[in-house]
Ligand binder design. Structure first.
Ligand code: GTP
Ligand code: MG
Ligand code: NA
Length: 452
């Protein structure tokens, strides 16, 4: 029933925006973590998920949020990469979302991936708010740690206020050119027809109480008006990562965006060759406020309801692919669900050519990002797959016609021992890196060298 808070679907909040505009740092401040500091190349290259309970939100928002006004259990935040190569992950994050935060560096204003995020939000019809971030960098700013924005503005000089306002009005103008009527959030009555702009700083946490308040208001409206979603249906999710876990073997880190998954359920998950059918042995939930990507301590539970991040332990998951769909089979025919998963996977296949390089990546999302980056650099792809580098990849790379294509590009993957030998034997060149644009740059330099 609606009175049972466990029965309400936790809204999914996607955090979108241009590279380095502060998405991960903003989330770090909300959940009390330091994920951003551990990122390779200081950029986000995967989708992340964090459940932030109502309690945390009301603590951070202070007087602005009274928890008794809300029936929501909290919010599930989805972090997305802003680097231009990761367009598919952004659109997937956007498509998963019930509502979104568009993060814009208040000094930089609209940038290419801001525009891209806006078009995703338009296409998916996702209600959103704009976090005008980094207000602390306004010349002459007088920081007011953790304060609501109005209180902070009272403490600013006229000069700082007018500098900030200039930037904010420019942002409001850009939003209006993009077809959205926008205003300072405190002037907005209806957040679904007008875009509220919330000035914030992930550095000083000014305005974060306001941002959380606006998000809670927006999701509460959304829940009331749109959430006729059946929360007791079979679970549907996306695999974030396939990870070995002691005592369980290969496990799936999943964003469950619809329905319920229970211990013992039959699930279908996208595999390297064919969908895998298996049975859930254990469900492991990250602690509240933990980013599932970096969480080490999970709690075992019997059932998980959307939206949530959950680690699924089950036999036969070695060949499961990050980025693939996962579906619970309940009542339906297994073969029908397999076919559905197959169809979803077909949509995310990389285009290949007659001659080109071999690409291996850790997830479908990063494989797609590699394909984007290589297309831009006009590098053709002979084969693109998820997984560690195996001897057969070397064999395939060796069949490339041009020397510059007898190459394997590995993003965030390991080289299997047999493949090391094969590389030595054949002279196939390996480039591997955990930062996507560096990997493409290294390869570019190699080609330049060859052609010199
Ligand atoms: P991608 O995930 O790579 O797209 O970047 P992001 O949007 O997650 O940005 P990230 O959190 O990595 O922050 C980029 C840089 O901006 C880091 O050096 C942060 O410390 C800095 N930063 C983020 N928010 C603020 C802010 O409010 N004020 C200031 N001064 N710096 C900030
Ligand atoms: Mg980030
Ligand atoms: Na970054």
């Amino acid at each position: 029933s609606a009175a049972d808070p466990g029965a309400l679907r936790t809204p999914i909040v996607a955090v979108l925006g241009h590279v380095d505009h502060g998405k991960t740092t903003l989330l770090d401040r909300i959940r009390g973590s330091a994920v951003q500091e551990g990122e390779a190349g200081a950029i986000t290259q995967h989708i992340g998920a964090t459940a932030v309970p109502l309690e945390t939100i009301s603590e951070m928002a202070g007087a602005l949020v009274d928890p008794t006004d809300f029936d929501l259990p909290g919010l599930l935040f989805i972090d997305t990469p802003g680097h231009h190569s990761f367009s598919t992950l952004r659109s997937r994050g956007g498509a998963l979302a019930d509502i979104a935060v568009l993060v814009v560096d208040v000094n930089d204003g609209f940038q290419p991936q801001t525009e891209e995020a806006i078009s995703i939000l338009k296409r998916t019809g996702t209600p959103f708010v704009v976090a005008a971030n980094k207000i602390d960098t306004t010349p002459g700013w007088n920081p007011q740690e953790g304060e609501p924005i109005q209180k902070s503005l009272e403490k600013q000089s006229e000069r700082a206020t007018s500098r900030l306002n200039e930037n904010l009005y420019e942002l409001i103008g850009d939003l209006s050119s993009a077809g959205f009527s926008a205003d300072f959030y405190w002037r907005v009555q209806d957040f679904q027809s007008n875009i509220g702009v919330v000035p914030v700083s992930a550095m000083t946490m000014e305005g974060i109480p306001d941002l959380l308040t606006v998000l809670m208001g927006l999701s509460q409206r959304y829940m009331k008006e749109e959430m006729s979603i059946d929360v007791s249906g079979p679970g549907v999710g996306t695999v974030l990562e396939v990870k070995d876990e002691r005592g369980f073997g290969a496990t799936l880190d999943v964003v469950l965006y619809d329905g319920v998954v229970r211990e013992g359920d039959t699930i279908v998950v996208g595999g390297r060759d064919d969908p895998i059918v298996t049975e859930v042995r254990a469900l492991l939930q990250p602690r509240p406020n933990a980013e599932i990507r970096t969480e080490k301590r999970f709690e075992r539970v019997d059932e998980v309801r959307a939206a949530a991040g959950v680690k699924i332990a089950a036999p036969d998951l070695d060949e499961a692919m990050s980025g693939a769909p996962v579906r619970v089979v309940r009542g339906d025919d297994v073969d029908a669900v397999k076919e559905e998963v197959r169809k979803e996977l077909a949509k995310i296949e990389v285009d290949t050519a007659e001659d080109g390089v071999v690409v291996k990546a850790d997830t479908l999302g990063s494989l797609e990002a590699m394909a984007n980056a290589l297309e831009e650099a006009e590098v053709p792809i002979l084969r693109a797959e998820v997984g560690d580098i195996a001897p057969r990849d070397v064999t395939v790379a060796q069949t490339a016609n041009e020397e510059k294509h007898q190459v394997i590009l590995g993003f965030n993957v390991d080289v299997l021992p047999d493949a090391e030998d094969a590389l030595d034997r054949t002279g196939v060149k390996l480039f591997d890196d955990d930062v996507i644009y560096q990997l493409v740059e290294e390869y570019d330099e190699y080609v330049e060298e060859l052609e010199r």
